[in-house]
Design a protein around this ligand. Structure first.
Ligand code: NAD
Length: 487
């Protein structure tokens, strides 16, 4: 049963599709149910967009594009800054809404509001700092002017695991660059994005500049939008499997894409690591968001000389974690997003044990209602265990032991993914070697948390293409134009 304050918050969230500054019902009249994963209770039903609705959203984005691109950058910057201020004022509302629809602990939801908000602040600052340049051509016959123009209407597809931050990380740079947006949030967690689009309107984002169309048929919607030549950019965050499909469709129109895909992060603890620091780091890198993060430590690679102590001390910490509904204060581990997630984790743990691993703590699902799995530590993973190659996406920490630096690097790089790595060593030279050797787009050296709006977030290999945040983020939404001015 929802509390009265929770119901009141849900009542403030629009249930329609946000198209051209209006909230509309679906042209099919169909709705989509959103559940609280800690109870299975339906907390709100919202409009389920058809392909026709999505095309109306693109019409609105296309109609708004020119005026938005011509809006002075200072004005766009001020709007983003107002959105940041409003979000900070409504931090508790956004945190609670996210916890309710997605299950994450409320304290982490508050951190996500801070993190997600930082993209609004950062890109409000970047909006007015896009530079071009002016260079003489080597022949001495003219000047070359290089400028950066908005790419045009964009389509965003976001995942359920960070419902706010994955939206702001795309919307803020797009608006800063002068692009209009159609966004499709994950069908499991659409409420936070809808509520955020409401906030953007209050902050002064004009009608049609940001449109939101949740749907239960993401494939149909995406194929239709990606095939429309008026669309100029796709930015996707989600699994590699879906990303690959979308890239194939986008290729038909040679559409610009940014891809933030899956991960399989190695977390290496060398024999010279500060063990206390490594344990703090792994608690964050593994259990944040109930393990449901692309940046989650997926393979904990520990030197054999410190592995016994590491596993013992981590297991003691993990065994005392409190489990319960994320929206209630004080829980460390909330519900996983759905029953499929619990089944997948159980399968991976069973497979690891069959292949010789031992369970140090946890290792089982918790009976419903709700989708809970005990926080777990597994030791002595076999390199062939499925969880060495697949995303666990849950509160399961698996340790594999190594004996030499080369072996650690080989294990770490033995994956098709390359998003982030974590390295714990007190040896600065070894740290530098790891920066060069580990095939990941990001690295935490003696830290388990790397996300920052000022940093270029993104992966190598099958973890993606492009960067979000940092100075790089706005350029995902800008096209470079060179003009020759002959003498
Ligand atoms: P998912 O790929 O199943 O879904 C992501 C989004 O794609 C959702 O909005 C979904 O509705 C949509 N989608 C699903 N099938 C589609 C299709 N055929 N066509 C178009 N859209 C489709 O992933 P998920 O389970 O929501 O999220 C978890 C995944 O996201 C993990 O692999 C995780 O690593 C990754 N992720 C990556 C980052 C990053 O920045 N690299 C961040 C968060 C999550």
């Amino acid at each position: 049963m929802l509390k009265q304050s929770e119901q009141e918050l849900l009542d403030r969230v629009e249930s329609g599709l946000g198209i051209g500054g209006e909230w509309r019902v679906s042209t099919s009249g169909m709705t989509l149910d959103v559940q609280d994963p800690s109870s299975g209770e339906v907390i709100k039903s919202i409009a389920d967009a058809t392909v026709e609705d999505a095309m109306s959203a693109l019409d609105a984005a296309v109609a708004a594009q020119e005026a938005w691109a011509n809006t002075p950058t200072r004005e766009r910057s001020d709007i983003l800054r107002r959105a940041f201020n409003l979000l900070m004022q409504r931090k508790e509302d956004f945190a609670l809404l996210m916890s309710m629809e997605m299950g994450k602990p409320i304290a982490e939801a508050r951190s996500e509001v801070d993190y997600g908000g930082e993209f609004l602040r950062w890109f409000s600052e970047e909006a007015v700092r896009v530079r071009g340049d002016y260079r003489p051509n080597p022949q001495g016959t003219g000047m070359m002017v290089v400028s950066h123009l908005p790419v045009g209407p964009t389509y965003f597809i976001t995942p359920w695991n960070f419902p706010l931050a994955m939206a702001t990380r795309k919307i803020a740079p797009a608006l800063a660059a002068g692009c209009t947006v159609v966004i499709k949030p994950a069908e499991l967690t659409p409420l936070t994005t809808i509520f955020f689009v409401q906030l953007l309107a209050e902050a002064g984002v004009p009608a049609g500049v940001v449109n939101v169309v949740p749907t239960s048929k993401p494939g149909d919607q995406s194929s239709a939008l990606l095939s429309d030549p008026r669309l100029r950019k796709l930015s996707f965050t989600g699994s590699t499997a879906v990303g690959v499909k979308l890239m194939a469709i986008a290729a038909q129109n040679v559409l610009r894409t940014s891809m933030e895909l899956g991960g399989n992060a190695p977390f290496i603890v060398f024999e010279d690591a500060d063990l206390e620091r490594a344990i703090e780091g792994v608690m964050l890198a593994k259990f944040r968001n109930i393990g449901q993060a692309c940046t989650a430590a997926n393979r904990v690679i520990v030197h054999e000389s410190v592995a016994d102590e590491f596993v013992r001390r981590v297991s003691e910490r993990v065994a005392t974690m409190s489990i319960g509904r994320g929206a209630e204060e004080g829980n460390d581990i909330g519900a996983l997003v759905n029953t499929k997630a619990v089944e997948n984790i159980a399968r991976l743990v069973e497979d690891a044990v069959e292949k010789g691993a031992t369970i140090a703590t946890g290792g089982e699902a918790i009976a419903g209602p709700g989708n809970f799995y005990k926080p777990t530590v597994i030791d002595r993973l076999n390199p062939r265990a499925a969880m060495m190659h697949e995303e666990i996406f849950g509160p399961v920490l698996g340790v594999i032991r190594f004996s030499t630096e080369d072996e650690a690097v080989q294990i770490a790089n033995n994956t098709k993914y390359g998003l982030v790595s974590y390295v714990f060593t007190e040896n600065i030279h070894r740290g530098h070697r790891m920066i060069a050797k580990l095939e990941t787009g990001m690295m935490g050296l003696n830290t388990g948390a790397i996300s920052n709006a000022a940093a270029p977030f993104g992966g190598l290999k099958q973890s993606g293409i492009g960067r979000e945040g940092g100075f790089e983020g706005i350029h995902e939404f800008l096209a470079t134009k060179y003009t020759l001015l002959p003498r």
